[in-house]
Design a protein around this ligand. Structure first.
Ligand SMILES: NC(=O)c1ccc[n+]([C@@H]2O[C@H](COP(=O)([O-])OP(=O)(O)OC[C@H]3O[C@@H](n4cnc5c(N)ncnc54)[C@H](O)[C@@H]3O)[C@@H](O)[C@H]2O)c1
Length: 375
């Protein structure tokens, strides 16, 4: 099989998830392009060398600029915080590399657009990591909607709830700093809901929004006796109108005690409904108006049959899969598109649109007015 050499920048949470995906995709999916885990890049030599050994990378490096310029690298994977995405992606695209970037694409619409422009000018494949599209139940939901089984879509109700910063003594990490993260719950987890809304229902036409920061000062990570200011939202809520006439709500918070990774949506159409919850990601609930009246009711489908998306590569029915598989599926689809010389999806175009919606929600929250999208 032809191979491509991968460079991964960042080796913590997403770096580990992506490394696992490159390792697992070959034995389970036999992609037509084989990823070779060439070089892992971080900022501190000893730590990145240890991570490279643990995660299965051939080499370790500490300067991403050198790495993206290397002639033996074909694909640059950006798994760093948002403030470095634009610089790395633009340099990688200019060097002729395919670029796979974590969400949100950047910390501003302007940077996201510059990234898209650089990738298009260079003619390189570009993809943003909205891995939840690749949960089999979500792909299955997409197929049901596209087949018309729900009729015309009227409602999208998406919530992404977590609780990891509920404790006021939780430190002021980079995700709570606007300069590094761009925004708070809105861009961190709300971005995933926006992507699912666009993927499943369609383009968003207008938004109204509200943002709130409940805990405004937190201990500094390296000096816990001192506090610093939280400069992002703790929680975001939006009402959205879709171009196809559907009405939606989007809520994202990291202050919902008991909700760990509650990425849930419900979609109602003229002929039925469906509901998904990431914490029960192997299942989907569906309801069809066309069922005989006496049999009508929500039913739970265990999305682990060979007929369901991606499952053939895994286990027999009922042998469930997990969070990490969404990244393996994403990497498989990236490699498959590259083998066909197709543009992978979601691309930086989706990343820019997503960023525009996030920005519009923030502007609507400030102005307390609806914002019309102008793509
Ligand atoms: N797709 C998802 O479900 C998902 C989940 C979590 C995070 N993310 C996104 O992934 C990205 C990274 O988040 P994370 O949770 O992995 O963060 P993290 O803090 O766990 O890891 C960040 C990594 O980037 C490295 N890094 C930071 N600045 C760097 C630089 N200038 N040069 C080289 N390396 C640098 C750090 O050393 C660390 O290894 C963010 O954009 C985040 O929004 C996506």
């Amino acid at each position: 099989m032809p191979g491509i050499n991968v460079a991964l920048i960042g080796y913590a949470f997403m770096g580990r998830a992506h490394s696992n995906a490159y390792r697992q995709v070959v034995p389970f999916f036999s992609p037509r392009l084989t990823p070779r885990m060439k070089v892992l890049c971080g900022r501190t030599g000893q730590a990145v060398r240890r991570a490279a050994r643990l995660l299965g990378w051939e080499e370790a490096a500490t300067d991403w600029q050198d790495v993206v310029a290397r002639p033996d690298i074909d694909l640059v994977d950006i798994s760093t915080p948002g403030d470095s995405h634009a610089a790395i992606a633009i340099a990688a695209a200019r060097a002729g590399k395919a670029v796979f970037c974590e969400k949100p694409l950047a910390n501003s619409v302007a940077d996201a657009r510059r990234m898209l422009a650089a990738a298009e000018r260079a003619g390189v494949p570009h993809m943003i990591c909205h891995n939840y599209r690749r949960a089999p139940a979500v792909m299955f939901a997409k197929a049901l909607i596209d087949e018309g089984r729900l009729g015309s879509i009227r409602h999208f109700r998406g919530t992404y709830l977590q609780d990891w910063i509920n404790d006021p003594s939780f430190p002021l990490v980079w995700r709570l700093d606007r300069r590094r993260a761009g925004s708070g719950a809105l861009g961190d987890i709300g971005a995933h809901v926006v992507d699912l809304a666009r993927f499943l229902v369609g383009e968003i036409a207008a938004v109204a929004g509200a943002l709130e920061t409940f805990i405004r000062r937190r201990p500094l990570p390296d000096q816990p006796s001192r506090k610093g200011r939280v400069t992002v939202d703790d929680a975001a809520a939006a009402v959205v109108r879709f171009e196809n006439g559907a009405l939606g709500t989007i809520e994202a918070t990291r202050l919902a005690p008991g909700r760990k990774n509650y990425n849930r949506f419900e979609i109602n159409g003229s002929l039925g409904s469906l509901a998904f919850d990431l914490e029960r990601m192997n299942e989907i609930e569906v309801y069809f108006e066309r069922d005989p009246a006496a049999l009508r009711g929500f039913r739970r489908i265990l999305v682990t049959d060979a007929a369901h998306p991606y499952i053939k590569a895994w286990w027999p029915p009922g042998h469930i899969i997990g969070y990490e598989h969404t990244f393996i599926h994403t990497v498989y689809d990236l490699l498959d598109a590259m083998a066909d010389r197709r543009q992978p999806e979601p691309s930086f175009v989706d990343g820019v649109r997503n960023q525009e919606v996030l920005d519009a929600i923030a502007r609507a929250a400030t102005s307390r007015r609806w914002v019309e999208m102008a793509y």
